[in-house]
Design a protein around this ligand. Structure first.
Ligand code: AP5
Ligand code: MG
Length: 194
């Protein structure tokens, strides 16, 4: 199995590039944001609770997202590998993911981070907010709060994988195809861990 984490702040292109990566490499795409939005659309109890936090740009509790990821890994026993998008977002989630994968006798091969300036991120998210229907995209204050949460809670997840020599940064500005080419090369180089 080869498992990848696509990392980066809100709007950095994780979802856009994930679709291309899973097509190319035959991985299963696991986006906690998409899974949570599906719960909201299905009006489940979990979805209703999550919506209150997502609408404010706050994180959903670790145990909720870890449980969702655990279920998905169990449901894809034959997967060639997983592409994690928007997860892990806290060090506790990263530690839980490492343990879940260890139980499956596998591990994260690589974390690739998309680097994009904050001004570009705001422009992209406000533009998407005109059509996406995502309540967390329409208001600049909520978008800024998502960045603040990213800096406070999520950025340290990169350190966790740097310590494992699995981290690589890729420039996330430019055309979608050019960025994908950089990601493809990073994936094919594999992990720098020995
Ligand atoms: P989530 O759904 O993960 O959202 P996010 O991280 O805020 O990021 P986005 O999905 O908005 O951006 P993206 O990086 O995927 O970029 P995209 O490709 O869409 O999380 C939402 C919420 O759910 C969180 O705030 C939290 O409440 C909760 N949540 C989710 N996971 C959680 C977890 N693990 N723990 C706790 N809570 C969790 O691109 C953005 C836009 O830019 C698009 O319009 C796209 O078309 C455009 N674009 C993409 N690439 C380019 C390019 N190269 N040039 C120009 N435009 C581009
Ligand atoms: Mg996304």
């Amino acid at each position: 199995m080869f498992n990848i984490i696509l990392f980066g702040p809100p709007g950095s292109g994780k979802g856009t590039q994930s679709e291309k990566i899973v097509d190319k490499f035959g991985l299963v795409h696991l986006s906690t944001g998409n899974l949570l939005r599906q719960e909201i659309a299905d009006k489940t109890a979990l979805g209703l609770e999550a919506k209150k936090l997502m609408d404010r740009g706050q994180l959903v509790p670790d145990e909720v997202v870890i449980g969702m990821i655990d279920n998905c890994i169990e449901n894809h026993a034959d997967a060639k590998g997983f592409l994690f998008d928007g997860f892990p977002r806290t060090v506790a989630q990263a530690e839980a993911l490492d343990k879940l994968l260890e139980l499956k006798k596998t591990s994260i091969g690589k974390m690739i981070a998309l680097e994009v300036s904050e001004d570009e991120l705001v422009t992209r998210l406000l533009k998407r907010g005109e059509t996406s229907g995502r309540s967390d995209d329409t208001n600049e204050e909520i978008i800024r709060n998502r960045f603040a949460v990213y800096k406070k809670d999520t950025s340290q997840v990169a350190e966790h994988y740097k310590e494992q020599n699995k981290f690589e940064m890729v420039k996330g500005e430019g055309s979608v195809d050019d960025i994908f080419e950089l990601l493809r090369q990073a994936i094919e180089r594999g992990s720098s861990a020995t």
